[in-house]
Design a protein around this ligand. Structure first.
Ligand code: NCD
Length: 322
């Protein structure tokens, strides 16, 4: 039987987390409702036994700082142990030619959840089909990064106390960015959101994705010039050029320096209530001077929330969240 994704439908227990397609706004609220307790554990440095006895496997075929670190920290803060493979292409039997399916069937004997990042679009669903334990997609190629969206949405919600009726400007390498595509899907679960997509024409969303995302009723407006940035936006979301997804470095270099978030741009098109997000790493797309602006949350709330959201998610998938 071909493997198909399960919707969350109010219950996370035992389910793979592969795509925002699986979620409703109510499902996302279930995660948000757990954040307060997770935050308290971290802030008070309370030892937790919630996931004691469990092992979480982290296998990252692509580099990562925050996603890897926050999942690993989340597991440990809840009392679970981890086994961690960074760069399995060198550090595991993948180097000897082991298939993704066989690697997953190995990890399922050691761990109750597999968190996987992979360079190939579609690898997460393939791995989930092979593994008997839940698989959490920590990013698959240029396709999807659902847990990044969960923390992005929470960071927006924390500031505005709503996820409806928002104007969001998203800038970067839209065609290749999995965080951007998943975020558009996330915002489309809520009513009356308007998303401006700012990119060079060559890096705009693929037509099929544009159609797929707008089917849910979200308004997507493509802009190719900074002067079309609306001045009343609630959120600016910047993401780097995804150089590893281009056929060559030279191709990627062509877009270096395009649509940089500078103090000048912020003064001209920003407003006082705006928040500025970036899933990071930042490689020049936001000027360092913006870090001191209270509207910038990428080095603050967005990173902290990545830990709380992933703690809540691990607990929910293991059926242990109270
Ligand atoms: C993002 C990713 O891996 O897609 N990083 C992350 O998870 N924090 C964004 C990026 O690499 O540009």
């Amino acid at each position: 039987m071909p493997f198909s994704l399960q919707t969350i439908d109010g219950s996370f227990k035992g389910k793979d987390i592969i795509s925002i397609d699986q979620f409703s706004s109510e499902d996302i609220e279930i995660i948000f409702n757990k954040i307060h307790a997770m935050k308290a554990l971290v802030i008070n440095k309370e030892p937790s036994t919630l996931l004691q006895g469990y092992v979480i496997a982290l296998i990252f075929y692509e580099p990562s700082s925050r996603t890897f670190g926050s999942f690993s920290s989340a597991a440990k803060r809840l009392g679970a142990a981890t086994i961690e493979y960074l760069n399995p292409q060198q550090n595991s039997s993948v180097a000897k030619g082991e298939s993704l399916e066989d690697t997953m069937q190995t990890l399922q004997s050691y761990a109750e959840i597999i968190v996987m990042r992979h360079y190939e679009s579609g690898a997460a669903i393939k791995a989930a089909g092979a593994a008997s334990v839940p698989l959490i997609n920590a990013g698959d190629g240029g396709n999807a990064h659902p847990t990044s969206t969960l923390l992005d949405l929470y960071t927006i919600y924390e500031r505005f106390q709503r996820l409806t009726n928002l104007t969001v400007v998203i800038s970067g390498d839209i065609v290749h960015s999995r965080t951007i595509k998943s975020l558009i899907q996330g915002l489309s679960l809520y009513k009356e959101n308007k998303v401006y997509l700012l990119s060079p024409k060559e890096l705009r969303l693929e037509k099929s994705d544009f159609e797929r995302f707008t089917k849910n009723g979200i308004e997507l407006i493509e802009i190719f010039d900074e002067k079309d940035i609306p001045k009343d936006a609630n959120v600016w979301y910047w993401n780097r050029i995804q150089k590893e997804r281009f056929p060559s470095i030279q191709e990627a270099e062509k877009y270096k320096g395009k649509f940089i978030l500078t103090e000048k741009l912020l003064t001209e098109y920003g407003n006082n209530d705006l928040i500025i997000l970036d899933p990071l790493p930042r490689v020049g797309e936001i000027e360092l001077a913006i870090d001191n602006d209270p509207r910038s949350l990428y080095l603050k709330a967005q990173i902290r929330n990545s830990l709380y959201v992933r703690m809540a998610l691990l607990a929910l998938v293991l059926g242990k969240a109270k």
